[in-house]
Design a protein around this ligand. Sequence first.
Ligand code: DAH
Length: 412
Amino acid sequence: MIGARRLYQTACKSQVQVLGRTYEVDSMSNISNSIAEKLNRKLLNETLSPLSLLCRRIQGHFEQAHPGQFEFIQDDNPVVRVTQNFDELLIPPSHPSRSPHDSYYINREFMLRTHMTANEREIMASGVRSFLLVGDVYRRDEIDTSHLPVFHQLEGARIFTPDELLKMERPLGKLNSHMEAELGKQALQIDHDPRLVRIVIQNLYETLEGFMRSLFGRSSQIRWQETYFPFTQPSFEAEVYFNDKWLEIFGSGVLQKQVIHDSIDKSNLGWAFGMGLERVAMVLHQIPDIRLFWTTDPRFHDQFRSQLTNLDQPIIFSPFSKYPPIYRDLSFYHDSSFQPNEIFELIRNVDANVIENVQLLDEYTNPKTNQMSKCYRITYRSMECTLTDSHVNEIHSSIRQASQSLLNLQLR
Ligand code: DAH
């Protein structure tokens, strides 16, 4: 019963401590033990973590390609006001990412940021107009080899005065043709001068293409596509062709006027982008499972030691061994209020370290009674040792009990 007891204790508390501060718990609070444990370990401060190596490499590129231009900031405190994470970025009240099924709330007022964009305005307010920002972000998510509820992002932004922009202007028609076509599909912000917007986009494009080529190779194939974000307009997403696949690398765009902090003159324009660090580190080093970033096994970190003196040459990770998986199924009846993220969170809280994947195998609605059922297959596999059947049985039985007692699911 390990899992059920732990979750229950959290649910009974009236206050929680997050990174040394005490917060009142209310009906929105949903920070679980498995996530609370992750809050204290700051991977970006571990020299041999591929994530901190990637940050140093990115910083090196920007210092070399744009000397003195960008301030590099690491923000290790993921607690932000709900308004910072959503409202000030114009994310609508009905947006699904606001749901406590998708995000971690400390209480109604504070949450764990779901993206680094949440800290952008406070950096602008401190007078910094051009920056690269890294930190840990949190999202309730499915369980598989490329998702964990905690990961890291790089956010970048650059704000210009109209004069600065006009000095950078080049003859028209210099935008890359692909970018030109994608720009043509989107409306500009109503009070933006199209001439200035083009210069912002030109700078965004040149800066970020150069950045991607520094990571993936000078001659890599890159494509830009129009997309939508509430905090930018127009918006673009960039993909790179790497190891025979198109990979989405970041979202970007021209910052919405209201998102630029009020301390900055209204005539200014700027661009921003945001990128996940694990995704990029996983493809560059061929790291097969996102849980490896959190292992304390020296066989992982030691492989990256030589990279400290040769940042631009990513080491290809060689798996120290792949221990065998053990599968168990979890089948239950549920009603229409059931949210898959709740079962994922429950499973993580029983034992986050030995579960590689949770996959929906089968679902069914009885047409006569409208009763619904689902069957999930859980893949148990440790990164560090071979699991025994009896250990897995014990964990699986805790998951079954917790699903009944905490989520009221009727097991089949
Ligand atoms: N915050 C977005 C996310 O987490 C990424 C992003 C998109 C950041 C566009 C930006 C941007 O600054 O302009 O998915």
